[in-house]
Write a protein that binds this ligand. Structure first.
Ligand SMILES: [Zn+2]
Length: 273
């Protein structure tokens, strides 16, 4: 099996059993096998990749259904939506990202869009391949309405991908002068540990490293990036880091705290694991 990021070979890394009754009921799988890229450290669940599409869809449905019954937010690690909204307001006001030509792809029920609208009066249309309407007040775009955007936001999807096309589908929405905003977990090394917390949701299939993200962003033509620990988001830019450094310095000075970090290539903020 080749790495979907750098096309190097992968090796068996470890296996994990999922205790959730619905997991085995839906998938007929008792053990999930994870493979590690020999070069970039990206880890993929071979078991999830090989699931038929209808089984994968049913697994996702059951996962969300189970968590909704227990109350959303109780034990799902939800993205920090309000911090993401504030981040967009900060970056928009400082002309670092465009807030007019913008989309939230795979936005689910549109929580970020709702918060941006309510607290910052910013309109963020959304698209989700599986959810076609959600919260009232969220503007859903149909597939036929999709175009190219200067700001493409993608929250909590990179850990759910099963093939390279899943990632490229997000990139394909970015205009030639656009940026991509990603919320996911990226760390230095994926631990060889079936009990690692990020493996707990049985719908997490892909695990990114600083090195794999550096490779991916360069393949897509992004040259610099910015990271906000508050919103746990990266912004990938087409431009060299150049003028961005001064703008980020000015924002952090104004806010009197390190809200943003930037550098050439991928901001390898998380060095742990
Ligand atoms: Zn790789």
């Amino acid at each position: 099996m080749k790495c979907m990021i750098c096309e190097s070979s992968t090796s068996y890394y470890f296996s994990k059993s999922y205790a959730e009754p619905y997991f085995r009921a839906v998938t007929s799988v008792s053990v999930v096998d994870y493979y590690l890229c020999d070069y970039c450290g990206f880890v993929i669940s071979k078991t999830h990749v090989e699931m038929p599409d209808d089984v994968w869809a049913e697994l996702n449905y059951q996962f969300h259904h189970q968590h909704e019954e227990r109350g959303l937010g109780s034990d799902i690690n939800q993205p920090p939506y309000i911090e993401q909204a504030l981040m967009l307001a900060l970056l928009g006001e400082n002309s670092i990202v465009d807030l007019v030509s913008m989309i939230d792809f795979a936005a689910g029920y549109g929580s970020l869009s709702l918060m941006l609208s309510k607290y910052f009066c910013i309109d963020l249309p959304v698209h989700d391949p599986y959810v076609v309407s959600g919260n009232k007040g969220v503007r859903y775009l149909a597939p036929s309405e999709l175009g190219k955007y200067k700001t493409v936001i993608n929250s909590a999807m990179f850990e759910h991908v099963r093939c390279r096309g899943d990632l490229d589908r997000v990139y394909d929405l970015v205009s030639h002068d656009g940026c991509m905003i990603i919320h996911t977990l990226v760390c230095e090394r994926i631990p060889n540990d079936p009990n690692w917390f990020y493996l707990n949701p049985p719908v997490h299939s892909a695990f990114h490293t600083n090195r794999s993200m550096e490779i991916l962003m360069k393949q897509w033509g992004f040259k610099s990036s910015l990271y906000s620990p508050k919103s746990k988001c990266w912004v990938l830019f087409r431009e060299e880091v150049g003028a961005l450094e001064e703008r980020v310095f000015n924002i952090n000075s104004e806010l009197q705290q390190s809200w943003f970090y930037c550098k050439a290539g991928f901001v390898d903020y998380w060095k742990g694991f």
